[in-house]
Design a protein around this ligand. Sequence first.
Ligand SMILES: Cc1cc2nc3c(=O)[nH]c(=O)nc-3n(C[C@H](O)[C@H](O)[C@H](O)COP(=O)(O)OP(=O)(O)OC[C@H]3O[C@@H](n4cnc5c(N)ncnc54)[C@H](O)[C@@H]3O)c2cc1C
Length: 393
Amino acid sequence: MKLVAILGGGPAGAFTAERLAAAGLSTVVFDEKLAWEKPCGGGLTYKAYHTYPFLLENSTPKKLVTETILSAPHAKAATLCLAEPLLIYSRKDLNRMMLERAERAGARIEKARVLDLERTASGWRLRTSGGTLDADFVVIATGARNSLREFGTQLTANDSMSAMGYYVAGDQPQIDIQFLPRLEGYIWVFPRCGHLSIGICGKGEPAASLRKRLENYMAQRGISWKGAAFYSHLLPSLEASAWKKNRVAGDGWLAVGDAAGLVDPITGEGIYYALRSADLAAKALLSELGGIADKLQTYRRLLRRDFAADLEFGSRLAKRVFLGRFLFGSVPARMVQFTRRSSRFRSLMQDLFAGTQPYLGLKERLLRNLNGSLYEIAMSLGFSRVLPGKARP
Ligand SMILES: Cc1cc2nc3c(=O)[nH]c(=O)nc-3n(C[C@H](O)[C@H](O)[C@H](O)COP(=O)(O)OP(=O)(O)OC[C@H]3O[C@@H](n4cnc5c(N)ncnc54)[C@H](O)[C@@H]3O)c2cc1C
């Protein structure tokens, strides 16, 4: 491979470029906007900055938040101290930092929109807003709104969430998470440097109705959105069946990040998976073994083994997490109540927020802890006198 063209300079594209350029491959990144405030909460879990410490160790402005308040209808709010803080960036800052790292590693960065791709005998001819370019291999990193329909995940309405919100002036020490009645999604308030990112994501509900829910919430909290910048975007949220046929690579190309649908279908976390898929893609492309078809097969295998199987399992849980019932109440309400009253459950929630509790294995942990959690809840509700000592788990 003489030249790799990377289409899209978000976290996925920039990190693929950094890895390939650092290994000596000629790499060019095309992004129509370069560093921009991509609609996003900007939250990174412990899993992300533990795997990629440069996310923490840099001079780019960012916030570390150690407290979350969880709320749901029919449940008093619960405060969750995060053993491992959440790291929050403005996306413009994060994207700029990633592009600069790619450039320092030797990648060429070009501000241009890729209009189409044509397969040639030796590779690809790219037509961009700046001209044409021949490349040997292309990496599709164009995000969830990928206009190059023949490449990357084929997102249907069932495989995505609407996500939108406001950037509002203000500050607060904690993150707020609000579950809502009959919504496969949630509202978040993330404090960033100099402003709050307040947003909502939801599956299967029209954007206008989600926006109404968000504005009702903001009105109840006394947060004005007058004059605040509004943002909206698609969030991949693949159904379990879509993971099976997910198109992450093909003849002469592979896709990373949102363009490959690689987002947690429950939390909407995508930045880590953008970086991780970029890392795995570079590993596969740089591997010494076999030809290009083998490298693409290696990429598929690495993705599956590393996190895609877990996210696929998460897709099976998503509806139950947001819309299910447990002990005569909604699952979100029970989650909030359990968080307030059981230290075992709190520690599970801390691990979920840190990104260190896989979905595969979650059910076993819940079942293992259920007795203990219920005991703690009964004690906190003042049932200590009616529970025999032997009932202690
Ligand atoms: C409202 C919202 C909130 C979110 N909050 C979080 C969060 O708090 N934490 C988290 O981990 N994830 C969050 N996500 C998900 C996260 O934003 C994405 O998973 C992440 O940005 C994916 O990175 P990417 O590089 O794959 O795509 P993107 O960041 O979307 O980057 C794609 C890039 O490609 C460029 N591009 C597209 N088409 C072309 C073209 N034809 N030619 C040239 N350039 C092109 C775009 O300009 C863009 O810069 C959120 C998503 C939404 C919508």
